[in-house]
Write a protein of this length. Structure first.
Length: 450
C-alpha cells in the first residue's frame, strides 16, 4: 500500500515539474520577419481601367436624305480635308434646282411686265394731269360746267392711284425675285450636299452604311450616321474612377498607362477631363458610383512603336489600365504597408458584453451600435518595433501610400526595426512585449507552406 502512495507522489511531482519547466520557458515565441524604416519617395496613385479612344472623333451625317450611290473610302483609310467620301443620289435635288431656276426666270419676266405697265400708267397719268389743269383754268373762267371739271379731276386721280398700285406691284415682283433666288440658292446647296467631303485630316475609324443603303438627312431630326472620322495620332484613355477616389484626381495629373495589347510596356499620359456628374443609373443604395476621367496619351512615350508597318499602334476600343499619380512626397520615412495595423485602444483587455436575456431586442441593437461607434472612435494605427527580442507597440501617424509603402509622419525613426509579417501576427496576435523570433521572409513563408 505504501508503495502505491509513493508511486502517486512521484508521478504528481513529475507532472508539476513539467508544468513548472513550461511556465519558466514561457510560450513559444512567434516567428516574424522585419524591415528597417527607411527614407524613400512615395507616389500616391489612383488605379482604374477603361478603353482607348481617339481624342477627336467626328460623326459624319448627311444634310439631305437619299440613297448612297457611291462610297469612295473604306474603314481604316486616311483622308485629307476636302476628300470626297461618298455621294447621295442627286436626281430629286437636280429636279428641285431646275424648278427653282424656272421660277426665278418667271418672276424676272413678271417684273419686266410690271415695269412696262407702270411706264404706260405714268404716261396716262401725265395726260390726265394736263387735261385736269386745262379744265381747272376753263372752270375758273366759267367756260366749262362743274360736271366736266369733276370728270377731268376724277380721271387724273384715278390715273395717279393706278401708278401707285403698279409701283407697288413692281416692288412686289422684285421681292418675289429675291425669294425665288433664295430658294434657287437652297436647291443648289442641297444638290452640292449630295457630295460629302471630309472636313478634317483624319482616318476613317468606322463605316456605318454601305453603298445602296438609304440615309436620313439631319434637317429637323437626328440624321443617319454614315461614318466616323478620327485623328488616331492623338489617343486618350477613358476610365471610370470610383467616387471615393475621384476627389484625389485633378487635371494635369500624370498617369502611367498599360495597354493589354502591349504586355510589359508602360506609357505616359496626362489627365485632361474629369466628369462633374457620375455615370450611375438607378437609385439602388448599393450601386457603385463612378466618374469618367479622360487621359491623353503622350505620343513621345510610344513613338518607338510607330514604323512603316505599324503607323497607328493603338486602335479604338483597346483595353487599358492606368495609375493616376495624384500626390508625391520625397525623402520621407516609410514602411511596408503590411507593417501598419489598426487596433482599438482597449482591444487587448475588453471583456465580452454580457447578455441578460431580458432586454428588448431593439435596445440591445442600439447598445451594440453605440459600442461599435465607441470602439471606432478609439481605433488608432500602430506598428510593432523590435526591441531585444520582444516587441513594443507604437502608435503612428501615417501619410500617403503607394502600392507597397506608406509614409510615417510620426512614431517611428529611420533605421528602427519594425515587424512586417506575417499579416496574421501584425493584425491580430502581437501585443506589447510579446516574444518573437526573427527569421528571413522567405524562410517564414516556406515554413507556413509546409
Amino acid at each position: 500500500m505504501k508503495r502505491i502512495y509513493w508511486i502517486i507522489i512521484i508521478g504528481a511531482l513529475l507532472v508539476i515539474s513539467v508544468i513548472v519547466v513550461q511556465l519558466l520557458k514561457g510560450a513559444k515565441p512567434s516567428e516574424v520577419y522585419t524591415e528597417k524604416a527607411s527614407v524613400r519617395d512615395i507616389i500616391e496613385v489612383v488605379s482604374a481601367t477603361g478603353k482607348i479612344q481617339p481624342e477627336t472623333e467626328l460623326k459624319i451625317s448627311s444634310d439631305v436624305s437619299g440613297e448612297i450611290t457611291e462610297m469612295y473610302v473604306k474603314e481604316g483609310d486616311q483622308v485629307k480635308k476636302g476628300t470626297l467620301l461618298c455621294r447621295i443620289r442627286p436626281d430629286v435635288y437636280v429636279s428641285a434646282l431646275d424648278r427653282m431656276s424656272a421660277s426665278v426666270n418667271s418672276t424676272k419676266a413678271s417684273l419686266q411686265t410690271a415695269k412696262a405697265q407702270l411706264e404706260q400708267a405714268r404716261a396716262n397719268m401725265a395726260n390726265y394731269e394736263a387735261v385736269y389743269n386745262r379744265s381747272k383754268k376753263l372752270f375758273e373762267q366759267n367756260a366749262i360746267s362743274q360736271q366736266d371739271f369733276d370728270l377731268s379731276k376724277a380721271q387724273y386721280e384715278g390715273a395717279k392711284a393706278n401708278v401707285l398700285a403698279l409701283e407697288a406691284g413692281v416692288n412686289a415682283s422684285q421681292y418675289n425675285i429675291q425669294g425665288t433666288e433664295a430658294s434657287l440658292k437652297e436647291a443648289n446647296s442641297n444638290l452640292e450636299k449630295t457630295y460629302i467631303y471630309s472636313p478634317v485630316d483624319a482616318t476613317v475609324s468606322k463605316l456605318s452604311v454601305e453603298k445602296g443603303e438609304r440615309v436620313v438627312g439631319v434637317s429637323g431630326m437626328t440624321g443617319t450616321e454614315i461614318m466616323r472620322l478620327a485623328n488616331l495620332n492623338e489617343m486618350e484613355v477613358s476610365v471610370e474612377v470610383n467616387e471615393n477616389d475621384i476627389i484625389k484626381v485633378h487635371k494635369n495629373d500624370t498617369a502611367i498607362i498599360e495597354v493589354d495589347a502591349y504586355m510589359d510596356k508602360k506609357f505616359k499620359g496626362i489627365v485632361t477631363e474629369i466628369a462633374n456628374s457620375s455615370n450611375a443609373t438607378g437609385i439602388s443604395i448599393d450601386q457603385v458610383t463612378n466618374f469618367v476621367v479622360k487621359i491623353r496619351m503622350l505620343r513621345e512615350s510610344y513613338e518607338y512603336l510607330v514604323n512603316d508597318r505599324n503607323m497607328i499602334p493603338f486602335r479604338p476600343g483597346m483595353s487599358a489600365s492606368v495609375d493616376i499619380q495624384t500626390r508625391r512626397v520625397s525623402k520621407v520615412i516609410s514602411l511596408p504597408i503590411q507593417a501598419v495595423t489598426t487596433r482599438s485602444k482597449d482591444s487587448l483587455d475588453r471583456k465580452p458584453r454580457l447578455d441578460d436575456g431580458d432586454r428588448d431586442v431593439k435596445v440591445e441593437n442600439e447598445n451594440e451600435e453605440k459600442e461599435k461607434t465607441s470602439i471606432e472612435e478609439k481605433t488608432k494605427e500602430y506598428v510593432f518595433v523590435l526591441e531585444n527580442g520582444s516587441v513594443k507597440q507604437v502608435e503612428v501617424t501615417t501619410g500617403i501610400q503607394d502600392n507597397d509603402y506608406i509614409e510615417i509622419l510620426k512614431g517611428v525613426k529611420k533605421d528602427e526595426e519594425v515587424i512586417c509579417g506575417p499579416y496574421s501576427a501584425v493584425s491580430k496576435t502581437l501585443k506589447d512585449k510579446s516574444k518573437v523570433k526573427v527569421v528571413k521572409k522567405e524562410d517564414l513563408y516556406k515554413s507556413e507552406n509546409k
